[in-house]
Every structure is written in C-alpha cells, then in structure tokens.
Design a binder for this molecule. Structure first.
Ligand code: NAP
Length: 258
C-alpha cells in the first residue's frame, strides 16, 4: 500500500483547482486530478504533479451527476488505497449571468447541482471513506476543504443562484465540521476574492477598473496560487486544533469600509 498522503481536487484541470493540485503534488501528496471537459489540460496538470516527484491519476467525472461522483470517489481510492484530503473546488458561474428577475430554473438547477449538491455528497462520501481508513489505521486524520466565494455574502443580482449556493456552503462547512470533529476529520472553507482564471476572464476589463479604483484594499487580482498556498497550509499541523473556519483569500475585500 502506498504510504504517501493523497489529495483529491475536484475541477483541477484549470484555474484555482489546477494550482491546488500542483501545490499538493509539490508538498508530497499524490494527487487525483478531476476534470469534466478539459481532458488534455488535466493530463498536463498530472504531468506537472509527476514532475514534482509525486504520483497523479486523472479521473474524468461530471460532479453534478451522482453516478460520476460515486465513480470519482471509488477510482480515487482504488488508485492509491487511501484518501487524506478532499478539496471541493469545481464550480461554475451562473450561466448567462441573468438578472434575478429573469433568472431561469435550469440555471438554478445546474448551479445548485454543481456548486452545492455535488460538494455536499462528495464530502459525505469522502468522510465515510476517511472514517473507515482511520479505523483501519491506514490514515491518521482527514481534511475536507470547501472552496466558496466572497459571493457567499456579497450580492451580485445577476448571479443569484451562484451567490445562494456559495452562501449555503458556509453552513455546509459548519455542519460537516461539527459532525466530523470527533472523527479526526477537519473541515475548512476557503473564501477566495477576485481571482484571475477562465471564470473571471469574461469580466476582466470591468474588474481591472474596479480593482484599480479600490474595490479591494489590496489593489490587485488574486491568483490561483494565492488560494493554493492556503489550501496546503490548512492540511498541515499548523491548524491542528481548528475546524469549521473560513479563510478569506481576498486582498481584504471582506472588511467593511466607510
Ligand atoms: P474555472 O477557471 O472556470 O475552472 C473551473 C474548474 O472546474 C475546471 O477545472 C472545470 O473542469 C471544473 N468543473 C466545472 N464543472 C465541473 C463539473 N461538473 N465536474 C467536474 N469539474 C467541473 O474556475 P475557477 O475560477 O478556477 O473557480 C474554481 C472554484 O473557485 C469555483 O468553485 C469557483 O466558484 C470558486 N471561486 C472562483 C473565484 C474567481 O474569482 N475565479 C472567486 C471565488 C470563488 P473542465 O474544464 O474539465 O470542465
């Protein structure tokens, strides 16, 4: 049985997930790279993890589909025989970014299925697997990290479904953190601000301007690496007596200002 810790990062073919997968690979974790559409990009991420001296497997799975979630978790465990970390990163923005007075049920369903239902049931599945692995003394502890957003508390009226799904992720983090605290599984939420990725590329010009005008106390875009550094630190012993916490990675955006 492999003795190195294993991290499963959903949606790690691009953006924040990619940076998190590579950071875990560089920190001595074997990595399960998950993609939905971007197979070649996922293969490139796995190559980067291997170049860092860790092992990687690539698993295609649409996390919005229950059968895919199940096969993702079972392939992840079959690959390395253990699971130490789940990072619930995969997510989509609100399709078409429609004003909430024109928002559609199909957008709601897709966003909630992908951004809330999938992380919930992946956390449930991973937690049950980790409990068993802890009981069998294959691993000492587990960690689940949920990637939410400043949209959990900052309204965008053209992305109501996205904001509400991210808001619910905070409660989801508390629920799992409480339930799993005595199971030696810690649960955290990372709350990224405005991060340069494919997701924000269509609105880049708008945010270039708003950031320059002082929207965020630190007047720069966040990078996927800013988020990844926090993720690898959270699984370390530094936060051994913490669970259920939200970590802001937002250049100070969450500070109320007059
Ligand atoms: P991104 O650049 O659009 O990348 C999204 C990733 O998620 C891709 O790897 C994509 O895989 C994957 N994905 C999407 N739907 C999936 C599905 N159904 N099943 C499996 N994988 C799926 O987005 P990002 O900016 O890195 O965002 C990552 C996370 O951070 C999201 O949860 C997002 O809400 C959150 N976030 C982002 C920002 C920001 O400013 N960028 C801010 C706060 C929070 P494929 O390409 O293979 O389909």
């Amino acid at each position: 049985m492999d003795s190195r810790p294993v991290a499963l990062v959903t949606g790690s073919s691009r953006g924040i997930g990619r940076a998190i997968a590579v950071a875990f690979g560089r920190s001595g974790y074997d990595v399960v790279v998950n993609y939905c559409h971007s197979e070649d990009a996922a293969a490139a991420v796995a190559a980067e993890v291997r170049a860092a001296g860790s092992q990687a497997v690539v698993v295609g799975a649409d996390i919005s589909k229950p059968a895919d979630r199940e096969s993702l978790l079972s392939k992840a465990q079959a690959a390395f025989g253990r699971l130490d970390v789940l990072v619930n990163n995969a997510g989509i923005t609100s399709p078409g970014r429609k004003d909430l007075l024109a928002a559609t049920e199909s957008s709601w369903d897709l966003v909630f299925d992908t951004n809330l239902k999938a992380p919930f049931f992946l956390a449930q599945g991973a937690a049950n697997a980790m409990r068993q692995l802890i009981q069998q003394e294959v691993i000492q502890q587990g960690t689940i990290i949920n990637i939410s957003s400043i949209s959990a508390y900052a309204v965008s009226t053209n992305r109501a479904d996205y904001c509400m799904a991210k808001a619910a992720m905070e409660m989801m983090t508390w629920l799992f953190a409480d339930r799993l605290a005595e199971e030696r599984i810690r649960v955290f939420e990372i709350c990224p601000g405005i991060i340069a990725s494919d997701m924000t590329d269509p609105v880049k010009a708008v945010y270039d301007r708003r950031i320059a005008d002082g929207l965020t106390p630190m007047r720069r875009w966040g990078t996927p690496q800013d988020v990844a550094k926090v993720a690898v630190t959270l699984v370390s012993d530094t936060f051994a007596f913490s669970t259920g916490d939200r970590f802001n990675v937002d250049g100070g955006f969450h500070i109320r200002r007059l």
